[in-house]
Write a protein that binds this ligand. Structure first.
Ligand SMILES: NC(=O)c1ccc[n+]([C@@H]2O[C@H](COP(=O)([O-])OP(=O)(O)OC[C@H]3O[C@@H](n4cnc5c(N)ncnc54)[C@H](O)[C@@H]3O)[C@@H](O)[C@H]2O)c1
Ligand SMILES: [Zn+2]
Ligand SMILES: [Zn+2]
Length: 368
């Protein structure tokens, strides 16, 4: 059946998001309708509202959510009404060399579900009956959403849905960058640029991986206080535009083994690369605007054998890594409750975006 839902929508770039009632159509083959319980507000949602991420408008925002299955379309094995699920914003065909090789975040067919369902159609309509696009095959900042089954992962119903939602992006992106992309070794030193929802999860991932020194860098003092709570051993308060690579080298006696850029800025990616020691690894997690570039001194590549790489969605395999993250939470190792510093109603979505922009929260979460 069709359902009415309040949803956070971007209609116009650089304007506050609007909350509207949309119609969510029932699932077709391979699809599932979910009643959302909670949706985190990620910087990537904000980036879709200001053009950093170019997406078809109008757009239902949201890609970090959890809820309950209320209707299942034909041909969906493994999910039934009442199941608890977390959304996943990558499309994986399951057939290409990357999917088969265990790297679905690199799926060749991924472009298929950027602002639609994988078959190129939409189940979301506005009050006038016009189609509304969905963020990364999800569009889960809404009371209901119809998603493809492969954009959902079933979870243990004992886990609170507000905490589970965060595994749909910030947690898997941050912890996954440490575990899967960088494979941080115990006792190593780690620098983290940007301590928002993603950076704090790099910090706690590094703590769980047994890193020795974890140095948090942010322009806001309040974020550094949070960073310490999540496992940072040292903090550096930076001014915007300030190069902290020398300070990091000094602090670690030659540079950290790993540096993670979690802001989305080429200058910071370059600073992360400059900071790491010989043979070190710098990982860019932040998503910069399309025109942004990063420059490295070419000679340092052969002479210092440094690596500059990126990490998309924590190089995860959603069906393996989501339960893994939640297992760490259930085991008392991963802090999820502490990430949620403010809860909002869907009507308060514009405020939630304003608070994200001003750096007020670790993570703001919309509760339905
Ligand atoms: N790679 C991926 O798969 C992936 C997934 C999710 C988000 N992202 C990206 O990661 C980035 C962070 O997302 P988030 O949700 O944590 O954002 P956020 O807004 O919560 O956090 C960003 C943090 O960076 C800090 N910051 C800003 N300028 C800085 C500077 N010059 N030096 C140091 N710190 C600075 C801010 O104070 C803030 O604490 C965004 O670019 C987002 O699009 C990437
Ligand atoms: Zn995100
Ligand atoms: Zn694929």
């Amino acid at each position: 059946m069709s359902r009415k839902a309040r949803a956070a929508i971007c209609r116009e770039l650089n304007k506050p998001v609007v909350v509207e009632e949309i119609t969510v159509e029932p699932p077709r083959a391979g699809e599932v309708t979910v009643k959302l319980a909670a949706c985190g507000v990620c910087h990537s949602d904000l980036s879709a509202t200001n053009g950093t991420l170019a997406m078809q408008l109008p757009l239902v925002l949201g890609h970090e959510a959890a809820g309950e299955v209320v209707e299942v379309g034909p041909g969906v094995a493994g999910l039934k009404e009442g199941d608890h699920v977390v959304s996943s914003f990558i499309y994986m065909c399951g057939q290409c060399r990357f999917c088969l090789g265990g790297r679905p975040v690199l799926c060749i067919e991924q472009g298929k579900a950027i602002t639609t369902l994988p078959d190129g159609t939409l189940r979301t309509r506005d009050a006038r009956g016009n189609p509304v696009s969905i963020f990364s095959g999800c569009g889960v900042m809404a009371e209901y959403a119809t998603l493809h089954k492969d954009n959902l992962v079933k979870i243990d119903p004992k886990i609170p849905l507000d905490c589970a939602a965060l595994v749909g992006c910030a947690v898997t992106t941050g912890v996954g960058a440490v575990f899967n992309t960088a494979r941080v070794a115990p006792g190593s030193s780690v620098a983290v640029f940007g301590c928002g929802g993603v950076g704090l999860n790099v910090i706690q991932g590094a703590r769980i991986a047994g890193a020795g020194r974890i140095i948090a860098i942010d322009t806001l003092d309040s974020k550094l206080v949070l960073a310490q709570k999540f496992g940072a051993t040292d903090t550096l308060l930076a001014k915007a535009g300030e190069d902290v690579s020398k300070a990091l080298k000094k602090l670690t006696g030659g540079g950290p083994d790993y540096a993670f850029e979690c802001v989305g800025n080429g200058e910071l990616a370059a600073a992360a690369y400059r900071a790491i020691r010989r043979g070190g690894l710098a990982v860019v997690v932040g998503v910069a605007k399309p025109s942004d570039t990063t420059a490295v001194r070419t000679m340092t590549l052969p002479f210092e054998e440094k690596t500059l790489t990126g990490s998309y969605f924590g190089s995860c395999v959603p069906r393996i890594d989501f339960p893994r993250m939640l297992g760490l939470y259930m085991g008392g190792k991963l802090m999820l409750d502490e990430l949620i510093t403010r809860r909002y109603s869907i009507e308060e979505a514009p405020q939630a975006f304003a608070d994200l922009e001003s750096g007020r929260n670790a993570r703001g979460v919309i509760i339905f």
